[in-house]
Write a protein that binds this ligand. Structure first.
Ligand code: ZN
Length: 225
């Protein structure tokens, strides 16, 4: 997913992976602990580790493709997921679509590898390892499917905007992609909230829908003004 870079803080954790600078904003850990399904400290740590690995794999997908297009991306993890950013982003619509798609693709590929290994060898006997693998499977499946829904600014929303502006005029494409995004927030959001009964999900989809509506209003006003 791409959003704006939240800016550096003195509490950021920084390291390099495959030549990509990675920076982790402290809010990332707060949200991860908040979302932990089991509240025992040991399982919460395992959960945070599974979220960390899953999101890095997803962002590596974006970053590797961006680098292949000549960009020099860095990865930032913050409250709501992560992002791969570069001073020089890919320029063509096709490169943008492939870059957006690469994150969910890497994540789902990682999920498939774990699934194949589990089918071959079974789930680990050790209780903590068992939870670690179970969390990795759940997070990778749900996070990457969620990111493919055509809601802006998720990867799916970036892809739908690129494709719609390619096949319609730029202004119609942007307007249609924002409406599609709002409808998906309502439809997919209602489905997810009914399935999970989670207030967190309700807030998430409501905020995304509202943000998209605000963007649509601002866009229409700017076009008329
Ligand atoms: Zn992404």
């Amino acid at each position: 997913m791409f959003l704006t870079d939240p800016g550096a803080t003195p509490y950021d954790l920084r390291f390099n992976l495959f030549g990509f600078p990675i920076r982790i904003n402290p809010v990332f850990w707060i949200i991860a602990i908040f979302l932990a399904p089991h509240k025992s400290p040991r399982e919460a740590i395992i959960w945070c580790l599974a979220i960390l690995i899953s999101i890095i794999v997803h962002e590596l997908g974006h970053a590797i493709v961006m680098r292949s297009y000549g960009a020099r991306p860095r990865i930032v993890l913050y409250g709501f997921g992560g992002l791969a950013v570069s001073e020089r982003m890919p320029t063509s619509w096709f490169q943008n679509v492939i870059t957006s798609f690469a994150g969910p693709f890497f994540g789902i590929f990682f999920y498939v590898i774990i699934e194949v290994v589990i089918r071959q060898f079974g789930m680990p006997e050790n209780e903590l390892l068992y939870w670690f693998v179970a969390y990795l499977l759940t997070i990778n499946w749900l996070w990457n499917l969620f990111n493919l829904v055509p809601i802006y600014p998720l990867d799916g929303g970036q892809i739908s905007r690129e494709l719609l502006t390619r096949f319609m005029s730029a202004s119609t494409g942007i307007t249609v992609s924002l409406w599609l995004s709002i409808v998906c927030c309502a439809v997919v959001g209602s489905y997810v909230v009914m399935q999970t009964g989670s207030t967190y999900n309700l807030i998430l989809f409501a905020l995304l829908g509202y943000q998209n509506y605000q963007t649509l209003v601002a866009y229409n006003r700017a076009r008329k003004g």
